[in-house]
Design a protein around this ligand. Structure first.
Ligand SMILES: Cc1cc2nc3c(=O)[nH]c(=O)nc-3n(C[C@H](O)[C@H](O)[C@H](O)COP(=O)(O)OP(=O)(O)OC[C@H]3O[C@@H](n4cnc5c(N)ncnc54)[C@H](O)[C@@H]3O)c2cc1C
Length: 526
């Protein structure tokens, strides 16, 4: 039996989150589409999104206000046109989600619009507090009904193929090498175009709200193939995730502090009022930084969120989900405080794309959290990310329909198939070391010394091979650890270039914003 199979398709989509699935649903109208995803189809950041999707639906709201709110959050680095497109196209794309079967919560016959930090108006469409799960459910059902889409679970993209295109005399993307994880077999996928919708990088940090798929694979794959990346230094941390927060940490929403909960040290001393006049209700990045500073000072692994100032009846009525999650951990609310820690939540940077999802490598497109479209700048406005994914996937699908005539299948090329068995350090050890060093040295508060320490440590780690145990899952885990190492290097390189503090990038060595030198993206290209 051959250990490899050749497959041909028009479009290969990597990832089954909102970006990949919504793109596939468009592209299947003019192309055959194969979607590959490295675990079960639902396993994605999308599936865990809680808050909702931001879009202008309220007559009191306007595009200009949504644009203005987004620009304020982005701290000078948003690309104006990207934000305009996001906001202008947003409502239509959200209606399309409804047409695909997404059931947003409704009140009095209309969609219910929530309000979140940084938004001046009510514009968050949501499905209770499980919006991502509902979106994922509906999109997967819509995909299953499309005969021109095949979805392959447990198929892991190992590398991207590039060939020299003689017609245009330039290198272009030609497909990908994919590991069928359970069968431990290779699939060499020839595709006219590849859409990377492989999500973010949260799992590079010890504490994260992201599931363990968020290892930055697509960023490494795209960069290795020749696409430029940008702004990877802007990692958003959610200030209050329940501790321990190793992966898929439970968020404790801002609303709890809104009702009167207070952050304290382990010894019960309140600390936020010495950082900001709004105390525990200060902006997210300030709360995250303060928690980080307190944890560094005390050496504790977490701080506490004290709900005792809130009436117990209000706690039970307003936060039943949090009460249940806490009870499962033996925490009796509101009597007991909740141990919380800031946790890596969202990657604002990624593969640099134009307004139509094109990366700098011909034939390679990117959308969703993996992409740097210019929408978020130095900080993401809450609930703009699901919107960005649908708006820019849609734009990419229109672009690709026009580009496809110039992207025939590449003439045959051959792969050297990687070995599934190889000696080296256990992947789990490498992952742990990366997640710890990223947390301590490339986290919420950075410095030149800590970044240089991180660079040197990752460089040392890169000298040793990673163990492959001869199985498909073992090979995937090892390759994923390699991807984590590479993307960690890229994040550190971006952070070292930005010798100022702006948005989500805060460094003690350069604590001020420097518009003269750094009012621009940090771009890395091979
Ligand atoms: C807890 C939580 C709450 C959030 N709440 C909100 C919110 O309320 N509003 C909002 O706008 N945003 C929210 N976000 C952010 C938002 O969910 C994500 O940015 C968005 O879902 C990303 O979608 P995506 O399609 O780009 O990636 P994902 O949904 O992460 O999908 C990535 C896909 O790529 C696959 N993949 C990765 N690498 C490979 C590989 N090598 N081979 C094959 N497949 C691969 C994965 O398996 C997965 O299917 C939240 C995020 C989290 C974690």
């Amino acid at each position: 039996m051959r250990d490899s199979e050749r497959i041909q398709t028009d479009v290969l989509v990597v990832g089954s989150g909102i970006a990949g699935l919504s793109f596939a649903l468009k592209a299947c109208h003019y192309a055959d589409v194969v979607v590959v995803t490295k675990k079960e189809r639902v396993e994605s950041n999308t599936n865990y999104a809680q808050g909702g999707v931001a879009a202008v639906f309220d007559p009191e709201d306007s595009h200009a206000i949504h644009v203005a709110d987004t620009l304020v959050a982005g701290a000078g680095l948003c690309h104006g046109r990207s934000v305009e497109e996001l906001v202008r196209e947003g409502p239509e794309r959200v209606r399309e989600l409804m047409d695909w079967g997404v059931r947003f919560s409704r009140e009095d016959g209309r969609v219910s619009l929530g309000r979140e930090a940084g938004h001046s108006e009510r514009r968050i469409l949501h499905a209770a507090d499980l919006t991502g799960r509902e979106i994922e459910r509906a999109l997967l059902a819509a995909v299953a009904a499309e005969p021109r889409i095949s979805l392959l679970e447990d198929h892991f993209v190992w590398s991207i193929a590039t060939v020299m295109d003689p017609k245009w005399n330039r290198v272009r993307c030609a497909g990908a090498l994919v590991l069928d994880v359970h069968a431990a077999r290779w699939k060499e996928v020839d595709a006219r175009a590849v859409m990377l919708a492989a999500g973010g990088t949260g799992y590079l940090y010890r504490h994260t709200t992201n599931p363990d798929i968020a290892t930055g694979d697509g960023i490494t794959l795209g960069y290795a193939a020749g696409a430029a990346v940008a702004n990877l230094e802007f990692v958003q941390f959610h200030p209050t995730a329940m501790y321990p927060a190793e992966a898929r940490a439970q968020l404790v929403s801002e609303a709890v502090r809104g009702e009167g909960a207070v952050l304290t040290r382990r010894d019960g001393v309140e600390f936020m009022t010495s950082y900001h006049p709004a105390g525990s209700l200060a902006p997210r990045d300030i709360v995250a930084r303060a928690c980080d500073a307190e944890m560094k000072q005390t050496g504790d692994g977490f701080v506490l969120l004290d709900l005792s100032p809130i009436d117990p009846a209000v706690v039970a009525r307003r936060f039943p989900n949090i009460v249940r999650e806490c009870a499962e951990r033996g925490i009796d609310l509101p009597r007991d405080p909740i141990p919380v820690v800031p946790a890596a939540h969202y990657q604002c940077g990624g593969l640099l794309t134009d307004w139509d999802g094109r990366t700098s490598l011909t034939g390679l497109y990117a959308a969703g959290e993996i992409a740097c479209t210019g929408v978020h700048g130095a900080n993401r406005l809450a609930s703009n990310s699901l919107l960005e994914a649908v708006v820019f996937s849609h734009r990419a699908s229109i672009r690709l329909a026009a580009d496809l005539y110039a992207l025939p299948l590449a003439p045959s090329y051959s792969w050297t198939l990687p070995e599934l068995k190889a000696a080296g350090n256990p992947a789990a050890d490498v992952e742990r070391e990366i997640r710890d060093l990223m947390w301590h040295k490339v986290g919420i508060v950075r410095s030149d010394d800590r970044l240089e320490g991180a660079r040197a440590q990752i460089h040392d780690l890169s000298r040793d091979p990673i163990l492959r145990d001869g199985t498909g899952p073992g090979a995937m885990r090892a390759r994923q650890a390699e991807f984590m190492r590479e993307v960690a290097t890229l994040i550190v390189r971006c952070a070292q270039r930005r010798r100022e503090s702006r948005g989500l990038h805060f460094t003690e060595s350069h604590p001020r914003r420097d518009n003269e030198h750094f009012l621009r993206d940090t771009v890395l290209a091979r």
